[in-house]
Design a protein around this ligand. Structure first.
Ligand SMILES: [Zn+2]
Length: 95
């Protein structure tokens, strides 16, 4: 069974900082249009559910710890992160 260690507040803040840095790096590689869409989507998520943000951060921390070196991909249409496949899971655009 998978054991997920509880994070201390300090670790959580570090993970949050790292996630923000990673996000910043990704944003810098985007076109202004994509950036705006991703930004809008992030804000939407925050408004929708703070708890889901926490979950995303936890997942992101876990993924960055164990992820294979893969270039993160984003839908050019809606800015959603996509994990492979030919179409965006959110808006259905071809990737
Ligand atoms: Zn999309």
């Amino acid at each position: 069974m998978e054991h997920i260690p509880e994070m201390s507040r300090e670790e959580l803040e570090k993970a949050l900082e790292k996630a923000q840095r990673d996000m910043q790096e990704m944003l810098e590689k985007m076109t202004p249009e994509e950036r705006e869409q991703a930004d809008r989507r992030a804000k939407q998520l925050i408004e929708e559910d703070q708890a889901s943000i926490q979950k995303l951060l936890d997942d992101a921390a876990r993924l960055t710890a164990s992820a294979p070196k893969e270039t993160p991909k984003f839908c050019a249409n809606c800015g959603a992160a996509v994990s492979g496949g030919k179409f965006c899971a959110y808006c259905g655009s071809p990737l």
